[in-house]
Design a protein around this ligand. Structure first.
Ligand code: FRU
Length: 534
C-alpha cells in the first residue's frame, strides 16, 4: 500500500512527520520561451529547456557573453527533423534559462556544412576585422565537405572562421577559409578557442582522430600546432569530438587546475554518447595530465561529466565565469543512439539546463562538480518544505494536484544512507513509471526509464538501467532533481555525480513517491519548488 505525504502538513497512514510547508510566490524575470500550447505536437516541448522552434538540433556551439546577453548557437537543420545539412542556429538569453531564438547565424556554403565550433569576443581586434571601432565576434567552426565525405576522402574536414560586427547576430565568412587545412586526419573537427591572457594569444583545441590537438594564434587566422594529447589515455571506444579546455579554481584552495573535456561517441558509461574529462596543467603549449588523476584514471578508465545517457557535446561559455571562477556549461540533451528517432515531429532535441562547473579535491583526486546555474533560483514560485520525514513503505511525496511535476526543482537530504536501496517513482494514471535513486549496497545511482511511456521508437532507448558511481563517502546523501516534461537532471552530493536522462510519458507524470528496501528511513529536508516561467 502507498503512504501519502501531502505537502501541506497533512499526515496520513503509515508516516509520522512534522511538516513545515511554506508557500512563497516570486515574480520570474524576463521569459522569452513560451509555455507550450495544448497542441499534440507541443506535448513534449520542454517548459524550461531550450528547443528550436522547428527542425533538428544537436551540439551547442559558439557560446559567448556580450553586453548583457548569453549567446548560444547550435547545430541545426531547419528544414528537417533529422540530422541534415548543418547550419548554426542561434538563441540569446539574459540568464541562460529563458532563451529567445534568433535568425540562423551560419549557412552551409561551397566548403561544406557548418559543423561544431566556438566563438570569441575579439576585444582587442587581434583579427583586424573591426570596422568603425565595432568589437568583432569571431566564430571558428569545422567545414564538413559532404561530397568529399561521400567519396570516402579522409580530408573532408577543415577549420574556418567567420566574423560578426553586430554582436553575433549575423556573420561574414572569412575569404581566406579554410584557415586550417586537413593534414590527412579523419574526424578533424570542433575547434574550441580560448584567450590565453599570459601569452596574449589564442589557444585552440581540436579533436583529431583519437587525439586532441592544441593550436595557437595571434590573429585567429594563422594557426600553429603546439602539441597533442590523448594517445592511450582515457576512453577510446568511440570517435573523439567537441573538446574544451579551461582553468578552474580548486574549491577551498588557492590552486588552479586545467580541465580538458572530450566528448566520445559511442563509448559512454551507459552506452552511446558522453563526455569525459581530464584534469592537469596547461603551460600555453602542452596539456599535462595530473599524475594522481592519471593513476585514478588507470583504475576508472574514464571520468565523466555526466553519467546519464543524455548530455552530449557540452562545452563552456568562452569569456565569462561565475563570481567564484566557475565555468558555465550547456550540453545537448540527447544521444546519437536514438536522437533521430525520439517522438517529436516538427522539432527535435533540447539542451540541458545551463550548469556551473567547479573542481574539488576529493579523497582520491580532483573531481569535477556541476550544478544548475544560480539564475534558475529566480524562477522558484511555489515552495514546499517538509522536514524530518520518516518514510515507511512506498510513500507519496507529492502529486500534480499540489505541484506540477514538469517544471520542478526538488532538493532532498537523507541524513544516514544505510546499506539499502532508495527509489523515487514518478508515475501517471497511464501506468508509465520513471524510477531513479540510489543503491547503497552497490554505491550506485540509477535511472530506469524502461516503463516511462513511449519507448519503442528505438531498442537502444531502454536496453539497460543507467548507473553511476557515488563519489562521496559521507553517510549523508543530498540530491537535486530537475524535472521538465521530458527530462530529469539529477545532481547528487552537490554535483559530484550527475545524471541526465530524457523520457516521453504518454501523459504528464502525476505522482512522485519514494520507497526503500528497508522498512523505515528519514528524509531530513525535502524542498519542492514549482518553477514559474510566465
Ligand atoms: C557531435 C558532432 C560533432 C560535429 C557535429 C555535426 O555531436 O558529431 O563532432 O561537429 O556533431 O553535427
Amino acid at each position: 500500500m502507498k503512504n501519502f505525504l501531502l505537502c501541506f502538513g497533512l499526515v496520513l497512514a503509515g508516516i509520522s512527520l512534522i511538516s513545515s510547508c511554506k508557500t512563497e510566490k516570486k515574480e520570474a524575470a524576463t521569459v522569452a520561451q513560451k509555455v507550450p500550447s495544448s497542441d499534440e505536437e507541443e506535448m513534449y516541448r520542454p517548459n524550461f529547456h531550450f528547443s528550436p522552434k522547428k527542425g533538428w538540433m544537436n551540439d551547442p556551439n559558439g557560446m559567448f557573453y556580450y553586453n548583457g546577453y548569453y549567446h548560444l548557437y547550435f547545430q541545426h537543420y531547419p528544414d528537417g527533423n533529422t540530422w541534415g545539412p548543418m547550419h548554426w542556429g542561434h538563441a540569446i538569453s539574459t540568464d541562460m534559462i529563458s532563451w529567445k531564438e534568433q535568425p540562423i547565424a551560419l549557412y552551409p556554403d561551397e566548403l561544406g556544412f557548418i559543423f561544431s565550433g566556438s566563438a570569441v569576443v575579439d576585444v582587442e581586434n587581434t583579427s583586424g576585422f573591426s570596422v568603425e571601432s565595432k568589437t568583432p565576434v569571431i566564430a571558428m567552426f569545422t567545414h564538413h565537405d559532404m561530397e568529399a565525405d561521400k567519396a570516402g576522402e579522409i580530408i573532408d574536414e577543415t577549420q574556418s572562421i567567420a566574423y560578426s560586427l553586430d554582436e553575433g547576430l549575423s556573420f561574414t565568412k572569412y575569404e581566406g577559409n579554410p584557415v586550417i587545412k586537413n593534414p590527412n586526419i579523419p574526424d578533424f573537427r570542433d575547434p574550441k578557442v580560448i584567450w590565453d591572457e599570459n601569452r596574449k594569444q589564442w589557444t585552440m583545441v581540436l579533436a583529431a582522430g583519437q587525439e586532441i590537438m592544441f593550436y595557437a594564434s595571434k590573429d585567429l587566422k594563422t594557426w600553429k600546432l603546439l602539441s597533442t594529447f590523448g594517445e592511450g589515455i582515457g576512453n577510446h571506444d568511440g570517435v573523439w569530438e567537441c573538446p574544451d579546455l579551461f582553468p578552474l579554481p580548486v574549491k577551498g584552495t588557492d590552486e588552479t587546475k586545467w580541465v580538458l573535456f572530450v566528448s566520445i561517441n559511442p563509448g559512454g558509461p551507459n552506452s552511446g554518447s558522453a563526455t569525459q574529462y581530464f584534469v592537469g596543467d596547461f603551460d600555453g603549449k602542452t596539456f599535462t595530465i595530473d599524475k594522481n588523476f592519471q593513476n585514478e584514471l588507470a583504475k576508472e578508465h574514464s571520468f565523466w561529466v555526466d553519467h546519464g545517457r543524455d548530455n552530449y557535446a557540452g562545452v563552456t561559455w568562452s569569456n565569462v565565469t561565475t563570481a567564484e571562477g566557475g565555468k558555465l556549461f550547456i550540453g545537448w540533451m540527447s544521444n546519437w543512439l536514438y536522437a533521430n528517432e525520439v517522438p517529436t515531429e516538427k522539432w527535435r532535441s533540447t539542451s540541458t539546463i545551463a550548469r556551473e562547473l567547479g573542481l574539488i579535491k576529493g579523497t582520491k583526486t580532483y573531481q569535477l562538480i556541476s550544478n544548475p546555474v544560480k539564475e534558475l533560483n529566480r524562477y522558484r514560485a511555489q515552495k514546499f518544505i517538509v522536514t524530518d520525514i520518516s518514510v515507511e513503505g512506498e510513500t507519496v511525496l507529492t502529486t500534480s494536484k499540489t505541484v506540477s511535476l514538469s517544471m520542478t526543482e526538488i532538493n532532498f537530504e537523507i541524513p544516514d544512507v544505510a546499506e539499502e536501496g532508495y527509489t523515487f517513482i514518478l508515475s501517471n494514471s497511464q501506468g508509465d513509471e520513471l524510477t531513479f535513486g540510489y543503491d547503497a549496497t552497490e554505491k550506485e545511482f540509477f535511472v530506469d526509464r524502461n516503463k516511462s511511456g513511449k519507448t519503442d521508437f528505438s531498442d537502444k532507448f531502454t536496453d539497460r538501467i543507467a548507473k553511476a558511481p557515488r563519489m562521496e563517502s559521507s553517510s549523508k546523501l543530498t540530491g537535486k532533481i530537475l524535472l521538465d516534461k521530458t527530462s530529469i537532471e539529477l545532481f547528487y552530493d552537490n554535483g559530484q555525480t550527475v545524471m541526465t536522462e530524457i523520457f516521453f510519458p504518454n501523459a504528464p507524470f502525476e505522482t512522485l513517491s519514494i520507497e526503500s528496501d528497508n522498512e523505515k528511513f528519514t528524509i531530513n529536508n525535502l524542498e519542492i519548488h514549482e518553477l514559474n516561467f510566465n
